[in-house]
Design a protein around this ligand. Sequence first.
Ligand SMILES: *Cc1c(COP(=O)(O)O)cnc(C)c1O
Length: 643
Amino acid sequence: MKTAAVRSLKTAAWTSAESADLYGIRSWGAGYFDLGEDGSVTVNVNFDGKRLGVSLLDIIAGVQSRGLQMPVLLRIENILDAQISLLNESFGRAIRTLGYLGEYRGVFPIKVNQQCQVIGEIARFGARYGHGLEAGSKAELLIALASLDPDSGYIVCNGYKDSEFVSLGLQALKLGYRCIFVIETPTELPIIVEESRRLGIRPMLGARVKLAARVGGHWTESSGDRSLFGLTTAQIVQLVDELRGHGMLDCLQLLHYHLGSQIPNIRDIRSGVLEACRYYVDLAKEGAALGYLDLGGGLAVDYDGSQTNYGFSKNYSLDEYCSDIVEAIMSTLDPEGIAHPVIITESGRATVAYSSVLLFNILDVTHFEPAPVPEARPKGEHELIGNLRESLKGINPKNLQETFNDALYYREEIRDLFKRGQIRLRALSVAENIFLEIVRTIAREMQGVKRVPTSLEGLEESLADIYYGNFSVFQSLPDVWAIEQVFPVMPVHRHNEAPTRQAIIADITCDSDGKIDRFIGPRGVRKTLPVHPLVEGEPYYFGVFLVGAYQETLGDLHNLMGDTNVASVRINEDGTFDVAREMAGDSIADVLSYVEYQPQQLLEQFRTTAEQAVRKGRISVGERQAVLEAFSASLRGYTYYED
Ligand SMILES: *Cc1c(COP(=O)(O)O)cnc(C)c1O
């Protein structure tokens, strides 16, 4: 075959540098991910300015030898630490350079990744910067109180707060925590006032404002004055009056807004800060004891590495983000003679996205390759199939569109013949094979054509292989399905070999939405991914990168695919790595119990069925034992494909 010849030529010359370009890893990898000379993806960390790379393939081997099968969610603690440092140091630099008189104190919004180990690492590593936590619910407040040292970071409480929530937060103030209640709706104030009187503890309060500024990106619709949360101008004025009435205006210390997540355009960030500062100035002049400005989340991640204001990218660096914010605050507050506030941001996505990688193996592949079409026509072949053969022979650069339309028409007619019983299955399969050969030939011809007719676009995708990956989109990459998010996806190894196939990736849920078919391309989103041909008997591993934010808890149990195994690694200064923690994913018994089955009872029921089969003489007692053992081994097993 022609493609084989092309492949061997290319393979000889292919280098991992070419792969790095093709997959864009040096653009989206942010220095954390790269390709090594051996053709595998490396995880890179810095020790005193010295860069160390560890092969993901070595990590996979290490994890597997500890008994964790694919799919595995890999967490890299060093990357999480590095991101927390980066955020704090960048703000620190901007503050020093611009002569800002307040400080920066970040809080991590727990909802972005609530996993115990992640929050533990943020609290532990963030302590040196006084990095705190943002809690949006009672459960998250409990996490924050248990994880943080009272004298360390702030706890910002957003979301609806009932008296139980408020009472706990107030008592926490007495322990030394700086726990701030952000008032999101007017109904919260009476509850806070009452609990505060009852306990004799004065609260630290914030007000969440609804800014008029609208942001680009996926969350456009929920920004602006129709945003779901926050107080309108009328409600804020009323809040100030009521607080004054209660003698509590000095409790109002913080102004908060949140424009939405993943804000791709720096202009939107800047105009949000400028607008919020106007509120800040006027509330200070009203007599509120403001000292904190909380800008919420929104710091974006450049998932595709394009550095543009496309929805899954961002057109600014972290340094620009920090200095634009600091500068905008100074330019608004200084002329009014208002002291510089403590700057709080609630960056979630940007803090954790880089630190997790989903690893999975490829189980199988479907090719849409036509078999060679024999010259000779069988006797009595239907004339429509003959027409298809003529179309194939007559393809030239000038009639691609016409031939494609003809082929579609003949195939439809032939399928109708089959439905009416007028041709046999074998004849239909010959026709479909010729059709595929036509499509492939057209696709090849199209590469030399300057203007591709629009109805022919997408032709190549229809020829792409389907690679079946051992994972569930719904469990591990819910945003791929829910908001068509594009994550970097690529093979973990074999990058010294040309990826000669084009593929989409299907998961194992057998749901038609369980697939990845949008990838990072050199010019925006591409619909197929270059991959290597499978080699019999050799594993082929893929990584989906930058999945540390939002994916874990939003994932669901579609088709009862449970939590994956998780391995948390820490890379050491000598280039070795420790698997600091390993957590087995859900067993089948676990996921069954989530949907209210009792695994033990299921086994009992099945035992009864097996016993009856023995009585009826369908199976022997030995066979009964074997099938019961298989059933109970499955209950203990992993929900994914096991080797
Ligand atoms: C979700 C959320 C965040 C986190 O936003 P990121 O874009 O992930 O940084 C911060 N604050 C509030 C109030 C949120 O709802």
